[in-house]
Ligand binder design. Structure first.
Ligand code: SF4
Length: 894
């Protein structure tokens, strides 16, 4: 710490802190129009002048030096600062200082006694309102450059620049045209930092930033889109969301957000929101009914199902979008009220191989480290993930690490996002990950880039793995994967020689026929390096797709485990739950999602409750899913909208979205964070929590835990892993990672420091051979389709297609390489038909070099395009996670 004197008051600040931080630390506010704590200091506006040891300096760019004497309040300094601010304001038109302006500049003027008449500019520079979320008023731009720095230093998009000279300098998109056609990804960073209101969000949130947000009436919550878990602050007006601002102290996002969390809340007030339960009538029509009638119908259907086929004739698919407390209650409903373990959630479709693979390698089914540790990484190995689009805030932080010198290896078939900044970009053929990871491990082993002590003392399985790896020399791996041997060796050396190597991966590792093997083979690399459970590295960390996909599994919404991953086959685990729940817990594991659909088609499953998942759009081979729903006598669906799945339901219950409910989510690095209702759900819509209780009551069952807080408290009593968690604690501490063994114990952000959580306390190397994917291209289907996400949309798009994001990305596109486009006679922008062995989809072609020849890529954000009619029912041999990443297809232009 550094001790200095500010106006006679001593203060200690961290080494390297600026004088501005020191001045603020003693409670003195100075104007600082070009400064934002999230950015590097610029010192250009000269509004924060102080006197340090006799010299007048800009406080934001002057380091606090031990023993310095700083003056801030002398008349001359006050006059200098006032003149600097007044000079800036004088060039702006009068509206810059309007009485209702909450901009930083207007507030600074008010506090310095500068009246509105100081703004005397004529304006006339015009604006840009081409973008749905970011509007530019050039007349209010003071060329402070904060927006430009935010775009480069935090977001890493480099979409903005300052153009013009002298007094005419103004911000502009770097591409030169309208904002909507620029590289802007609408993270909202420029809006949030602009001190004058030159860049604003249109609509009721206009002019609001995380710096000038109102002190009262804010609701702090956690983003309900991806698994990053950004902390957000929601302002409301007349009962509706007016703006969503990033929390400056958000543990993961640190004052940043993305286009989804920041802006995509228009769906809340969509006229298509469901506001009353819908019940299918005898003639097939869906009619609105009251809750009592809907619940009565469901209860009768559930009883009939149990009478006909026993408790296992009923199943439920819980939701990665629902809160932990809702997931806890749904699995309890199935086990207590129905008497079946037929409960699963959509982690089955994405990261179930992560849970299985990480648990087998290290002991626990979660990422090994806190994301904070990535700040120390000097080599990032990013595998099968495009975080820049799918997890934008993590993507931005990873990119900043690279821009600050970390080496980067990307392993992904596509040349997008971080791959454009990679030292080495490995582009394996889809479905060949295991061979690729074995090839990297082979180089680590043969070049002595392993940690012998760690392997001896903390790992098992080296002899078996070494024997297997002898079959994976770089040349052979190059034949299997298509990755040149030289690139493979270069990548292994970067990872192997780094002081602090980090592995981050995504669904490109898991959604394969051998996804669990992929996770384990990837984990081998960290074990070989001794870069997990030590101070060395950032272990092995999956980027979770949906907001609460980690939490849904943590809460036991799985067919084989109770909350906290205790096996249903374990008598001790069952008996603890039975004691707490006062009801027997079935001991046979229940059905996984694909088994549920198969049982429905086969007539054994007679009732299926689907909570917040659009399985007819997102699950593979959707024609067979639809067939399953059509066959099942009772299908109940909790939904915001009449989704594809809801259209096939017998009863649809209207439910609340993440901005309308209370509870907690668990993000990708195992942090519990609070979710709070900012607004009420529309009409008669209820939270999933209330809907589960209501249905239990209709069956005459009291599930206990009447509130979300009580549900988490009960879960904590049941589960040692979560024993220290409660809403009260999270309200105080904002975020607590699991494992958290007691209320007075901290959560364990970085795992396995002393021992791994396996039975023998060691990390387990896996010696699984490479096996080919379920599908291979052939003459009839010569291309390999890979599916994934686009930056503006989320999952089936039910929320992001209803609002401004639709304008940013209005359709599902099929990306294909120019060589393939020429071969199949496809023009850019043309409607094409894509056919696989399983079905057909219609997409708009987009020709580019992001995809390799022989591969095509698309998302499934627009159910109408029918992408998941194409995907197969091949699934991970361990977890049944679908092989979304490898489907043989052909493309035809009409
Ligand atoms: Fe929400 Fe993910 Fe975007 Fe953060 S990065 S705002 S969690 S969608």
């Amino acid at each position: 710490m550094t001790g200095i004197d500010i106006d006679g008051t001593s203060v200690e600040v961290p080494e390297g802190a600026s004088l501005l931080s020191a001045v603020r630390a003693v409670g003195i506010e100075l104007p600082s129009l070009c400064h934002d704590d999230r950015l590097s200091p610029a010192g250009s506006c000269r509004t924060c002048l102080v006197r340090a040891d006799g010299r007048i300096v800009a406080a934001c760019v002057t380091p606090a030096v031990a023993g310095a004497c700083v003056e801030t309040g002398t008349d001359d300094l006050q006059l200098l600062r006032r003149d600097a601010v007044e000079l800036i304001a004088s060039a702006l038109p009068p509206r810059a200082l309007a009485a209702d302006s909450g901009s930083e500049l207007a507030q600074a003027c008010r506090s310095l006694g500068i009246g509105p008449c100081a703004a005397q500019g004529n304006g006339g520079r015009g604006g840009d309102e081409s973008h749905p979320y970011v509007h530019l008023d050039r007349d209010l731009c003071i060329a402070c450059g904060r927006c430009v720095r935010m775009c480069s230093e935090v977001q890493g998009t480099f979409a903005l620049t300052l153009t013009g000279r002298g007094a005419d300098t103004v911000v502009a998109p770097g591409t030169g045209g309208p904002w909507a056609e620029s590289d802007c990804v609408a993270c909202g960073g420029c809006v949030d930092t602009c001190p004058t209101g030159a860049i604003t969000e249109p609509g009721p949130g206009r002019g609001l930033t995380s710096g000038n947000r109102p002190a009262a009436g804010l609701t702090r919550t956690t983003c309900g889109y991806c698994g990053v878990g950004c902390s957000l602050e929601v302002t409301t007006r007349n009962g509706e969301v007016s703006a969503v601002l990033p929390s400056r102290d958000g543990p993961v996002n640190q004052g940043h957000a993305c286009v989804k969390g920041r802006f995509a809340h228009g769906y809340l007030t969509s006229p298509e929101r469901l506001t009353r339960p819908l019940l299918r009538q005898r003639d097939g029509r869906m009619e609105p009914v009251g809750w009592d009638e809907a619940l009565d119908h469901i209860a009768r259907g559930l009883r009939a199902a149990v009478d006909a086929g026993g408790p296992d004739a009923v199943a439920a698919i819980s939701s990665a979008r629902a809160t932990n407390e809702e997931n806890y209650l749904i699995q309890k409903f199935m086990r207590v009220a129905i008497g079946s373990n037929n409960i699963d959630n959509c982690s089955r479709l994405c990261h179930s191989p992560s849970a299985a693979g990480l648990a087998a390698s290290f002991g626990l089914p979660g990422g090994t480290d806190s994301f904070d540790n990535v700040e120390r990484a000097d080599c990032l190995l990013v595998v099968g993930a495009n975080p820049v689009e799918a997890h934008p805030v993590v993507g931005a932080r990873l990119l900043q690490r690279v821009l600050h010198g970390a080496r980067l290896v990307v392993a992904d078939p596509r040349a997008v996002g971080l791959a454009l900044h990679a030292d080495v970009h490995l582009r394996p053929r889809p479905g060949t990950n295991v061979a690729l990871f074995h090839g990297l491990a082979h180089v680590l082993l043969t070049e002595g880039l392993t940690d012998g002590n760690f392997l001896r003392e903390r790992a098992t399985g080296l002899p078996e793995l070494a024997e297997l790896l002898a079959d994976y020399p770089p040349d052979r791996v190059a034949d299997i994967t298509g990755v040149p041997a030289t690139d493979l060796i270069a990548a292994a050396r970067l990872y192997g020689r780094a002081e602090h190597p980090a592995i981050v991966y995504g669904l490109g590792v898991t959604e394969h026929l051998h996804g669990t093997d992929g996770v384990r083979a990837l984990s081998n690399l960290a074990i070989l390096r001794g870069a997990v459970g030590t101070d060395l590295g950032y272990g092995v960390n999956p980027l979770r797709g949906q907001n609460n996909v980690q939490g849904a599994s943590d809460m036991g919404a799985l067919p084989d485990v109770l909350p906290g991953y205790r096996k249903v086959t374990d008598p001790a685990a069952r008996s603890r739950a039975e004691e707490l729940w006062g009801a027997p817990v079935p001991q046979q594991p229940g059905m996984r999602i694909p088994e549920m659909f198969a049982a429905a088609r086969g007539g054994e499953l007679r009732a299926l409750w689907i909570v917040g998942e659009d399985v007819c759009a997102t699950d593979p081979d959707t024609q067979r899913v639809t067939q399953a729903l059509a066959t099942c006598p009772l299908v109940v669906c909790n939904e915001l909208f009449l989704s594809e799945t809801a259209r096939h339901a017998d009863v649809v219950l209207p439910v609340a979205s993440w901005l309308e409910k209370d509870g907690t989510f668990v993000n990708f690095d195992r942090r519990f964070q609070r979710v709070r209702a900012a607004v009420s759900p529309p009409g008669e819509a209820r939270t999933d929590f209330a809907a589960v209780h209501a249905l239990a009551s209709a069956l005459g069952v009291d599930l206990g835990c009447p509130t979300p807080a009580a549900a988490l408290a009960e879960c904590a009593r049941l589960t040692p892993l979560f024993a220290g968690l409660s809403h009260d604690r999270l309200d105080r501490e904002n975020a607590v990672p699991w494992p958290c063994p007691g209320p007075d114990r901290p959560g364990e952000a970085t795992l396995y420091r002393r021992r791994f959580a396996t039975a023998d306390g060691r990390a387990h190397l896996a010696a699984a051979p490479y096996l080919p994917p379920g599908e291979q291209p052939d003459e009839a289907y010569p291309l390999v389709l890979v599916t994934g996400r686009r930056w503006a949309h989320y999952n089936s798009g039910s929320m992001t297609r209803r609002g401004g994001n639709l304008g940013l990305d209005p359709a599902d596109h099929l990306d294909l390489h120019p060589d393939d486009a020429a071969r199949y006679g496809v023009r850019d922008g043309q409607q094409v038909t894509v056919e696989s062995r399983h079905g057909r989809a219609r997409l708009v072609a987009r020709i580019g070099r992001e995809t390799a020849p022989g591969q095509v890529f698309c998302s499934f954000h627009f159910p109408a395009s029918g992408v998941n009619r194409l995907t197969s029912d091949h699934a991970d041999t361990v977890t049944s996670c679908p092989e979304y990443k490898v489907t043989a297809v052909r493309v035809a232009a009409p």
